[in-house]
Design a protein around this ligand. Structure first.
Ligand code: DGL
Length: 273
């Protein structure tokens, strides 16, 4: 049987925070990462645009032989995943799988809260889709979800400005807007894979005792369980322990910034879509 790498996709660098955790949990598999940096951020784009961009990237992964693609991007998971799974996959290749990050996160987020009040921070697209309130309700009907869009955060991270004094203004602003919605919020979900880089700053602007939840480990654990439950997909995943990286923008930029998200140097190839 032919095997292929697991595809990991994000609009930019954020998905590297997820790939890093997946690699820790499942180091034996092969991975291809694609950051659509030339068209990032996706966050404020229309449904149609995010869907078209994401579908184009998913089709590219399939051409590389990936049996399974993880959308390590909340915005793409919120706006494109369902249509790709229900409409496109049956036509393109029903044996392939595309998974997102919203469902695995929603399945467990209720375990972190004692007050049943959860704050969700995400891009405008993720927040407007209402995917988190809808999904979390299915698993934790008693949990109230308060959402806040943080449109300035991805540009701050992508431009490596997140440690600047100017960043503090926007970090505090959106956190205040979130916390003003409910004083009972005791758990804040970073529902954008770029935000873990802001975690220390976010913590410093929130009242003590609030749990800040990132998605990397959650998605990695969920993938471990998925592969155990789906031997028909697992057996198609190549196992040479290698990762290769592609960006739709400049390789040099990607290599320089990606190591911040990924923790170790990477050497990316350019992809013209
Ligand atoms: N990392 C993406 C997410 O999780 C960022 C989205 C964007 O490009 O705006 O939503």
């Amino acid at each position: 049987m032919t095997t292929g790498p697991i595809g990991v996709f994000d609009s930019g660098y954020g998905g590297l925070t997820v790939l890093k955790e997946i690699k820790k949990a499942l180091p034996e598999y092969s991975y291809i990462y694609l950051g659509d940096n030339a068209r990032a951020p996706y966050g404020a784009r229309s449904f149609e645009t995010i869907y078209q961009y994401t579908l184009q990237c998913v089709e590219w992964f399939f051409k590389q032989g990936c049996p399974l693609v993880i959308l390590a991007c909340n915005t793409a998971s919120a706006k494109a995943l369902r249509t790709i799974q229900q409409i496109d996959l049956p036509k393109i290749d029903p044996s392939k799988r595309v998974l997102g990050v919203i469902r695995p996160t929603s399945e467990i987020i209720g375990n972190f809260t004692h007050t049943n009040n959860v704050g969700v921070l995400g891009t405008t697209g993720t927040v407007q889709s209402l995917s988190y309130p809808i999904e979390i309700e299915k698993f934790f009907p008693k949990v109230q979800v308060f959402q806040q869009a943080c449109p300035m955060w991805v540009p701050l991270v992508e431009n490596n400005e997140y440690n600047s004094a100017g960043a503090d203004y926007f970090i505090k602003k959106y956190l205040d807007d979130l916390m003003n919605q409910s004083s009972n919020i005791d758990t804040v979900l970073l529902a954008c894979t770029h935000y873990p880089l802001l975690a220390d700053k976010i913590k410093s602007h929130l009242p003590a005792g609030i749990s800040i939840v990132s998605q990397g480990e959650i998605v990695a654990k969920s993938l471990v369980s998925y592969l155990e439950r789906h031997p028909e997909i697992e057996s198609k995943c190549a196992r040479n322990g290698e990762s290769i990286f592609f960006t739709t923008d400049s390789e040099a930029d990607f290599n320089q910034k990606a190591s911040i998200f990924y923790g170790i140097p990477v050497s990316a190839k350019h992809l013209a879509l």
